[in-house]
Design a protein around this ligand. Structure first.
Ligand code: THU
Length: 131
């Protein structure tokens, strides 16, 4: 099933995280319209605000490959809490995803909770607001 492989990809991507400051490793997997899954991990920086979230890295890979639509996204973090995308990443996802797109929030051992983009970013501002 697509969702299972997206979840597994996000969990595997966590292993690449560069997070020496927070110690919080995050992996993300975004599926494009073609079916291909693009990976990202968080990349922190000694100048803290310059760090990049896992979702942003994965979206950049999707765009770099020439894709423009996200059909599914999985995010995997550690700890006991849900690793939901930060506010900035919700807006970055919005640029390329419909309200109904699943956002699969995972821990190291698998899926913890399934949201849609509309759940996490209701009444959002997107590309259509500019037309
Ligand atoms: N982080 C992500 O990469 N994605 C999220 O959804 C939440 C937070 C990263 C940013 C930072 O490197 C670390 O997790 C702690 O906030």
């Amino acid at each position: 099933m697509d969702a299972d492989s997206t979840v597994a990809a996000a969990i595997a991507a966590r292993a690449a995280a560069y997070a020496p400051y927070s110690g919080f490793h995050v992996g993300a997997a975004v599926r494009g319209e073609s079916g291909t899954v693009y990976l990202g991990c968080n990349v922190e920086n000694a100048a803290y605000p310059e760090g990049v979230c896992a979702e942003a890295a994965a979206i950049a890979a999707l765009v770099m490959a020439g894709e423009r639509r996200i059909t599914e996204i999985a995010v995997a973090g550690g700890g006991d809490q849900l690793c939901t995308p930060c506010g900035g990443c919700r807006q970055k996802i919005r640029e390329f995803a419909a309200d109904s797109v699943p956002i699969l929030v995972c821990g190291p051992d698998g899926l913890r909770r399934r949201f849609t983009l509309a759940d996490l970013l209701p009444a959002s501002f997107g590309p259509h607001n500019l037309t």
